[in-house]
Structure formats: structure tokens, C-alpha cells
Design a protein around this ligand. Sequence first.
Ligand SMILES: *[C@@H]1O[C@H](CO)[C@@H](O)[C@H](O)[C@H]1NC(C)=O
Ligand SMILES: *[C@@H]1O[C@H](CO)[C@@H](O)[C@H](O)[C@H]1NC(C)=O
Length: 183
Amino acid sequence: MASSPVFLLLLLAFSVRGSAFWTPMMPNMIETKLQFYLQDWETGKNPTATTIAGAKGLASSVLNFGTVLAIDDAVTEGADRNSKQVGRAHGIYVNSALDGSDLHFLFSVVFTNEKYNGSTLEIQGADRFFLKQREVSVVSGTGSFRFAKGYATLETVYLDLPGLNAVVKFNVTVVHLSSKGHF
Ligand SMILES: *[C@@H]1O[C@H](CO)[C@@H](O)[C@H](O)[C@H]1NC(C)=O
Ligand SMILES: *[C@@H]1O[C@H](CO)[C@@H](O)[C@H](O)[C@H]1NC(C)=O
């Protein structure tokens, strides 16, 4: 079977197609830059982030090590909470630093705007929120963002520490399969 010419031909075809994708030129891959704001509101009217576990159960603070929050945060075009919504951030973050200084992000940005409706970006990384600027990974994506790889630089543009509410600006750079691209 292994020596069948058809099998060898198939093997050759797959390896050529495989290597084409991994050439340094990355045909069919394009770079996209996006800017949006994550509206992370834990208290007040219409909170969208909630503690689901922690050392003190549901009374645990997001500022303490071990606390896990589920989020369904609005993703907006502008810093204002009432600016146009372009998507939602669905997932979790976990306070992952003993001194409380790092939120480990694990969520999808699910776009709802016209251009990227239904497409997602997968965000993962260390949000060392006490830094003025920090960077998290974009590990993958779907829809318009298939095979996405990139990063997002983050900056907190609004912080209400007593209320545990924040607005974080995301500057995203991703390389992904062109929506017209085929292998
Ligand atoms: C996005 O897609 C959903 C369903 O697939 C549709 O109901 C909605 O109107 C679309 N939104 C935009 C802005 O195109
Ligand atoms: C995001 O991009 C804007 C405009 O390009 C720039 O002014 C800002 O410093 C950037 N922020 C971060 C955190 O990279």
C-alpha cells in the first residue's frame, strides 16, 4: 500500500501544500490592526463581570490571588460605555499573582459589527494591570480571523478601583488567513 504510486502522489501533494503555508512569505496571510475598548464593570448598573470562585467563595475580591471571574463584557468602539458596541468579550480571568498584580486573561472577543460579525479572536495572557501599558497574546481566531496570531497592547483608560470597574483599551495586531485565501 505504502508503495502505491497514488499514495506517494497524495503524500507529495500534501507536503507541497503544507510547506507552501509555512514559507516565510506566508501567502494568503494578511495583517490587520484593530482598536477597541473592553468595558469591564463588576458593580453598579448592569455589571458584566462576576466572581465565580475564590479563596473566600463569592465574597472573594478580584484583587486577591485565586479569584476567578466570568465575563460578558461589552467591546466598544470608543472609551465611553455608551459608544457603539462592536462585540462582546466572553470568558474568564483569574487573579494569578500571589501579590494580586496579574489577571490571567482567557476569553474570546466575539465580534457583532458588520465587518467581522460572528468572527472571534482568542485572547490569552498576563494582564499586569498595575502597569500603564502591557501586552497579551492573540492565540487564534475564527471566521475572518482563521489562523490568527498576534498581540494586543493594553492600557487602562478608566479605573474605579473601589467599584472594581475598568475600561481597557486594546490595540490589536494580528496576522491571519485572508478571508479570500485558500490553501
Ligand atoms: C450578525 O449576524 C446575526 C446572525 O448571524 C444577525 O442577526 C445580525 O443582524 C448581524 N449583524 C450585523 C451588524 O450584520
Ligand atoms: C494604541 O494606539 C494609539 C494610536 O495608534 C496610541 O496612541 C496608543 O499609545 C496605543 N496604546 C498602546 C497601549 O499601545
